[in-house]
Design a protein around this ligand. Structure first.
Ligand SMILES: Nc1ncnc2c1ncn2[C@@H]1O[C@H](COP(=O)(O)OP(=O)(O)O)[C@@H](O)[C@H]1O
Ligand SMILES: Cc1ncsc1CCOP(=O)(O)O
Ligand SMILES: [Mg+2]
Length: 281
């Protein structure tokens, strides 16, 4: 049976935690290494900067042993994957895992081809802390099968992938997040939903990639609580989207206002808008 959101009053606890996390990111400014697709590099780096984190888009294999040990978290994204980038991703994931640093996987278009699916499954063997995808990506990973696909966009609602997300979390030990109208986060047992964001965020390329990087920044400052940090990052990004939308005329201006809203987000605005609920079967 499909999970239903449990009706709960807005949780001040989540809202307070969101503010604490955002201020911690701003104060600590964690260094986040991103090995990501060409489309997302700009928006991802700007999202991290506007949240107070420090992005570095380094991907050459020769640099990984020198650089990755110094980062606070790693974000791997297979959006424009080619065979020569995969060894860099694996090396970086190994360094992160061996030095107990969190790392986050964005399995962009995981079901689009055997090459991409196998690459994602091989990366998952290297123990990501969090996997964040859209509904179709999480379904493809959970079934480990190439699926009829719209490429990087989802043809499923996030809620269609709740059971798939739970099994993927149980099988891998990762926190699994499924983005969409409601962002779902599970550790394989608990399921929570972040209800922030606006539909027009789907009309800006790389918003999914960017929120995955933001998850890496939040987990970097609270690595022992990746489940909550993931939900809070999704909610904070969604709140910035909602605030940006009040000023935007379309996707291009939303992109700009989302970044400005994330940068300027204050305590009262964040606390009044965070909406995270528990799901139950
Ligand atoms: N219908 C929607 N309503 C509100 N927010 C949405 C909606 N669809 C996507 N988002 C938000 O847009 C961002 C990107 O999510 P999504 O489009 O699912 O990822 P991807 O780009 O990887 O497919 C997330 O922050 C998500 O919460
Ligand atoms: C359009 C596109 N093509 C390859 S990667 C990419 C960006 C995907 O970004 P997102 O998954 O955040 O929509
Ligand atoms: Mg994506």
């Amino acid at each position: 049976m499909e999970a239903e959101p449990k009706v709960e009053p807005p949780s001040d606890q989540w809202a307070d935690k969101a503010w604490t996390m955002l201020t911690t990111v701003r104060r600590q400014s964690p260094l986040i290494q991103c090995i990501t697709n060409f489309v997302s590099m700009d928006l991802m780096a700007n999202t991290l900067l506007s949240a107070g984190a420090s992005p570095a888009m380094l991907h050459t294999l020769e640099e990984i042993p020198h650089f990755t040990p110094h980062v606070h978290a790693l974000c791997l994204n297979v959006g424009t994957l080619s065979a020569d980038w995969l060894p860099s991703m694996k090396a970086a994931a190994n360094f992160a895992f061996n030095s107990s640093k969190p790392w986050v996987l964005d399995p962009v278009a995981a079901g689009a081809s055997g090459f991409r699916l196998n690459a994602c499954l091989e990366l998952i063997q290297l123990k990501p802390t969090v996997i964040r995808g859209n509904g179709s990506e999480i379904l493809a990973l959970s079934k480990a099968s190439v699926q009829p696909t719209k490429g990087v966009d989802s043809s499923h609602e996030s809620t269609d992938a709740i059971e798939a997300a739970k099994s993927l979390a149980q099988a891998t030990g990762a926190i699994v997040a499924v983005s969409g109208a409601i962002d779902i986060v599970t550790d394989g047992k608990r399921v929570i939903g972040a209800h922030n964001g606006v539909a027009m965020m789907q009309k800006i390329t790389a918003t999914g990639c960017s929120v995955t990087a933001l998850i890496a920044a939040f987990v970097a400052v609270d690595p022992s609580n990746a489940f909550e940090a993931t939900a809070l990052a999704l909610s904070v990004f969604g709140v910035a989207g909602e605030m940006g939308m009040r000023l935007a005329k379309g996707p291009a201006s939303l992109r700009m206002h989302l970044i400005d809203s994330l940068y300027g987000l204050d305590e009262a605005s964040l606390i009044s808008q965070v909406k995270i609920t528990t799901f139950c079967d």
